[in-house]
Write a protein that binds this ligand. Structure first.
Ligand code: GLC
Length: 419
């Protein structure tokens, strides 16, 4: 076990190393561009030692906003042949100010901006004045184009941030990736293929990108034609929380809040439609078939983060924390589709532990929050700053020297953060 001070130093080094001046890459090689929610987490980490740099990160992220309000999941600031699918595959030229993908990602950025502001309100005032209108436009885009009965839908598994989660298995099986053509993956040249999504999944990911491109990323057309439209607990709970935080931030920045408060009420109703009574848990729901996924995932446990936790979820949480040693696995370890090493089908992700732990402490469940935090601390102290980890052994998986793992260490898991 490495001394916590040395870990703080190492975490800062990782952020500095992945810093490209005004944005941060998740890790070199595997992810050489700016990813949306990774970038917001990077700001959370920078805020511990360079608040100015943290604000810059959020400004760069939001400067990539499209005319329609969407903030893309990847911004391709510099060409990099080591990554697939790059800008030439997405075909989004002219839709936004920066070369980008055509889908979004979980909107944690407003909540992180609100945290930055509270660290130093004087220094933050001009920043929130500039950013609040952009956050409002982004959140409105979700409300206008992506809600079904108030729950937020994803139109591609990558949009959820949980790429190959079992939540998508049903709607993915309904896709016949005909005509996808030949392509060459780059992720499996950086990382062991057993830790990555399968070819079956990848064909469908690319097919969905090709569909979006064919429709010129027009949301109305996608709403009609995309077979993949899944109400997602990640998006719904995170947007709900982000709107609660945005309402406070907007008030602070001198904006009206009525519209945002309306979104909060809609999303609260929507989140309740994700309650799957059969499994007694929040779940993903395929809006094309109406079917629930039957998934208790780490996104289900974002319910406290969204302000909608309950005793049934608490019982599930206690059960999965007993089964795993390092926090909340991405899928129920008792579930048939659980896979301890494959990405979002079992491994533990430090960022998800952070969001879940934050929600628990906000809900006053301090003992549970402490337990998730202590598990995350032990995980990183023993295994370093990997992309994700085996939930039983803690074995590091995926990419190394990972920005968001370093960031949540600094911003939440380090002993230095103990209140
Ligand atoms: C993977 C993850 C996603 C993350 C990205 C960059 O695609 O599933 O959540 O944003 O990598 O780290």
């Amino acid at each position: 076990m490495i001394h916590p001070d040395a870990l703080d130093t190492r975490a800062r080094e990782i952020l500095r190393r992945n810093d490209r001046g005004c944005y941060t890459i998740p890790t070199s090689g595997l992810y050489p561009y700016q990813w949306n929610w990774d970038s917001a987490f990077a700001a959370l980490g920078f805020a511990e030692f360079d608040l100015k740099r943290a604000w810059t990160e959020l400004h760069t992220l939001m400067a990539g906003q499209w005319d329609n309000g969407m903030v893309p999941h990847i911004q391709f600031h510099e060409a990099n042949p080591g990554y697939f699918p790059g800008p030439e595959v997405w075909g989004c030229e002219g839709l936004g100010p920066v070369a980008s993908s055509g889908i979004s990602q979980p909107p944690v950025a407003a909540s992180i901006a609100w945290k930055l502001f509270r660290k130093d309100p004087e220094a933050g005032r001009d920043h929130i004045r500039a950013l609040v209108p952009r956050f409002i436009r982004w959140h409105r885009w979700f409300m206008d184009w992506r809600t079904e009965n108030g729950a937020v839908c994803v139109t591609h598994p990558w949009e959820s941030g949980r790429d190959n989660a079992p939540d998508w298995d049903g709607p993915m099986a309904a896709i016949d990736p005909v005509g996808v053509g030949a392509y060459s993956r780059r992720d499996t040249t950086h990382v062991d293929p057993h830790m990555r999504p399968t070819k079956y999944d990848y064909d469908r990911y690319i097919w969905l990108v090709q569909l979006g491109r064919r429709l010129n990323w027009d949301e109305a057309a996608l709403q009609r034609e995309n077979p993949f439209r899944v109400a997602d607990p990640t998006m719904t709970f995170i947007l709900l929380r982000a709107c609660r935080d945005l309402a406070e931030m907007a008030a602070e920045a001198g904006h009206g809040t009525a519209e945002i408060e309306g979104w909060v009420r809609t999303l609260e109703t929507g989140a309740r439609t994700l309650w799957n009574a059969r499994i007694g848990a929040y779940d993903a729901r395929d809006m094309r078939s109406g079917a629930f996924a039957g998934s208790i995932s780490n996104a289900s446990f974002l319910c406290w983060y969204g302000g909608l936790g309950n005793a049934r979820m608490e019982a599930h949480l206690r059960r999965v924390l007993e089964a795993a040693r390092f926090g909340v696995p991405s899928f129920d370890p008792e579930g048939a589709r659980f896979d301890a090493n494959r990405y979002w089908r079992g491994p533990v992700w430090a960022i998800m532990n952070t969001l879940i732990g934050t929600g628990l402490s906000d809900a006053g469940l301090d003992a549970l929050a402490d337990r998730v935090r202590a598990a995350t601390r032990a995980l990183i102290a023993q295994n370093g700053f990997a992309e994700y980890f085996n939930p039983f052994t803690g074995a590091p998986a995926g990419g190394g020297a990972f920005t968001w793992t370093a960031a949540v260490w600094l911003g939440w898991a380090s002993p230095g953060k103990e209140e």
